[in-house]
Design a protein around this ligand. Structure first.
Ligand SMILES: [Zn+2]
Length: 276
């Protein structure tokens, strides 16, 4: 399905919910059953932060399918976005922090079924650490997990990734960008991925309720350009995902996500040959 209202240079495709067989490459049957039946323990329900049940499972399966579809598009065509996704706190057997299923992990496992040697980088610039993704791929050398985040913020218990860049609370844009530029490029060059997932995150913004960073609109745009410059220069097929966003001005969360998508489309046009 292609919707017609998309801006020039962008085609928007719908998806069907990802089948359970795909989810089971990452998640345990017991956990999926708990979400489906809505039978989470009270403490588990609090940690997830969303009401479990069939509706939540279907919505989360759609999100996973969007990431898988964006992966296929990026592999064919260089760059693609899911207008959702980046649910990086979800582990194999539990959901945390509004993350039910780990979309990136399910997509990577699907890729590894047909390309077992594919090298995949997860670039996580959401303000919070990508603990679930880190945990799922802790012993998988084919997956490089990078996260730049506030050290003393959610999640309280960090799960080590391959490269964690911990920043102080209320870090300003200049310091953030300096750390990002000093760490991401060398790491990607050394790992030499075949594919990257970029969990952008709108929550490093200065007006976000939970991010505890102080990036201005201009800093956010510089961040986005830095990541996109890097992956297009290296010709690494890249999937762009939303991640979190909790702006005090709710519309601004949508605006920040939209800017990332539009910038991605512009890079696509410049580097992979579409009309702008
Ligand atoms: Zn976040």
């Amino acid at each position: 399905m292609i919707r017609e209202a998309a801006p020039p240079g962008i085609s928007i495709h719908g998806v069907e919910p990802a089948p359970e067989s795909e989810l089971l490459r990452v998640h345990t049957p017991a956990y999926l059953n708990k979400i489906r039946s809505g039978c989470l323990e009270p403490a588990e329900a609090v940690k997830l932060g969303l009401p479990a049940g069939e509706a939540l499972l279907v919505r989360s399966r759609l999100e996973v399918a969007g990431t898988i579809a964006a992966m296929e598009a990026a592999l064919a065509d260089g760059l693609a976005c899911n207008l959702a996704g980046g649910t990086h706190h979800a582990f194999a057997d539990r959901g945390l922090g509004y993350c039910v299923l780990n979309d990136v992990a399910v997509a990577i496992r699907a890729l590894h079924v047909r390309r077992p040697n594919a090298r995949v980088a997860v670039i996580d610039t959401d303000a919070h650490q990508g603990n679930g993704t880190h945990g799922i791929f802790a012993s998988d050398d084919r997956v490089f997990t990078y996260s730049i985040h506030v050290g003393k913020n959610y999640p309280a218990h960090k799960t080590p990734g391959r490269l964690d860049v911990e920043l102080p609370r209320y870090v300003g844009g200049l310091d953030y960008l300096e750390q990002l530029e000093a760490t991401l490029a060398p790491a990607l060059k050394e790992f030499a991925p075949d594919l990257a997932f970029w969990i952008a995150g709108a929550d490093p913004h200065e007006n976000d309720r939970f991010g505890q960073m102080r990036l201005t609109d201009a800093d956010m745009a510089t961040r986005d350009r830095h990541v996109l410059d890097l992956v297009t220069r290296m010709r690494v097929a890249t999937v762009v995902l939303y991640g979190g966003g909790y702006n005090r001005d709710r519309v601004h969360t949508a605006r920040l996500h939209a800017r990332t998508v539009l910038l991605t489309a512009s890079y696509h046009a410049d580097h992979y040959g579409w009309e702008k």
